[in-house]
Every structure is written in structure tokens, then in C-alpha cells.
Design a protein around this ligand. Sequence first.
Ligand code: NAP
Length: 225
Amino acid sequence: MPQALVTGANRGIGLELTRQLLESGYSVHATYRNTEGGLTELAHPLLHLHQLDVRSDEAIAAVASAIDGGLDLLINNAGIADGRWASVEDIDFEVVSEVIEVNAIAPVRVTRGLLPALERSGGGTVVMMTSLMASIADCHSGRSYAYRASKTALNMLTVAMKNELLDRNISLMLLHPGWVETDMGGPNAPLQPKESVEGILNRIHEQTLDMSGRFVQYDGAHLPW
Ligand SMILES: NC(=O)c1ccc[n+]([C@@H]2O[C@H](COP(=O)([O-])OP(=O)(O)OC[C@H]3O[C@@H](n4cnc5c(N)ncnc54)[C@H](OP(=O)(O)O)[C@@H]3O)[C@@H](O)[C@H]2O)c1
């Protein structure tokens, strides 16, 4: 049976990804930063829980060593919002660094730590949970400085890895989940996690090596860089 790993799986989109991957027959390594949250309600024989702060190489190595066999799918889902500062004067640069650390650098850390597990499956797929807010072409309203910059950096780090990982049969995806009602998306979001994740899983299942590096949203629409 295929194996997947989802970061930030205790709530929001990560929790729904875990639920639907289990329903479709995956063995799922679901990771949480502090508390198991909604994962406690998902008791399932194919669910394996791991504590993981995605900023820690040590914690990533511990999770990697707990995975038997190959990893077919890695979903770098964990992410944080920024301070939604109203003006340049309000920007808190410590928060900017933290947002870039979690949203852009950590997904590459996690991917690097799990490359041996991905290679044991003969390659596999790595999903980077990005955002339409990464798009420079679509940045009309501005602001959300750190969040936008972090996801744009994630996009570039991913495209920059593409050729190297293609040689190792690993396909990369930059996936925008849509505007989803979660703690991050807020109560006005038009999409529920269930619908977003159904679309995300369709995108993952249609992914081939020659699609590696595409920037796509949950419903299949290609997004402008
Ligand atoms: N919701 C949207 O509309 C939307 C739109 C575009 C993109 N996205 C992206 O989709 C992904 C999931 O978003 P969401 O809406 O589900 O967000 P969410 O409800 O706020 O959940 C975020 C998850 O990330 C985890 N996380 C944060 N920092 C972490 C760290 N250092 N180590 C490990 N886990 C960490 C959180 O863990 P804790 O519970 O411990 O904080 C939580 O499980 C994010 O990458 C987000 O940027 C969301």
C-alpha cells in the first residue's frame, strides 16, 4: 500500500488531507507540532503519528528513521500567516524571518530529510502547499508582506530543485488549496476543507514526472508566476 507523510496534520487542511488519504488506502504518517488536535479522532490502523516541528533537522531525522519502506507522497502542508500589518512602518522583521523560516525554508528541510525514504519508493511526489499569494503577477492588493514573500520563495526553491530531483524520479507540485475555511483562511472563506482536499488529491493522482514544478490550484487551474 502507498505511504504518505503530511506535516501540520493536527488541524485545517492537513487534518482533512490525512482523513481523505486514509480513506483512499494510504498508510499516513501525520505530523503535529505540539498537540495531536483533531488527529485523536481519526484512530485508524494505517495512521502513524509523529511530533515534528518542521524547523528542526533533528526532529525531521527522527521521523525519517521511523518510516519503514518507501515514501510515495510527501505533503509539506505546515504553514503560518503573518501579522497582516497595515503599513510598512508596522512590519515586524522578526516575524518576517519566522514566516520565511516556516513557509519557505522548512519545506525544503523536510524534503531533504525525507529524500532517502522517497528514493526507496522509486521516486514519489512532493507537494509544496503554496498560495495564489505567491504570485507576483497576481499581487494587486499588496501587503501581507511576509506571507507573500515566503510563498514566492517557496515557489522558487521548488522550481530550482526540479531538475535535480527529476534525475531521482521525484516529481514536485506547487499547490494552491483555494481560499479555505480554516483557522488561517478565516470564517469568510468560500471553500470547505473537504472540497479543497478532494481537488488536491485529484491533482496529486494525475501528476506525472513531466508535470514536475507546475503551479496549480486545487481545481486544476494553472496559476501565473
Ligand atoms: N486556508 C487557506 O485559505 C490557505 C490558502 C492558501 C494556502 N494555504 C496554505 O495551506 C497550508 C495549510 O493551511 P491551513 O489553512 O490548514 O492552516 P492552519 O489551519 O492555520 O494550520 C496550519 C498548520 O501548520 C502547523 N504548523 C505551523 N507552524 C509549524 C511548525 N513550525 N512545525 C510544524 N507544524 C507547524 C500548525 O500546527 P499548530 O496547530 O501547532 O500551530 C497547523 O497544523 C499552509 O501552508 C497555508 O499557507 C492555506
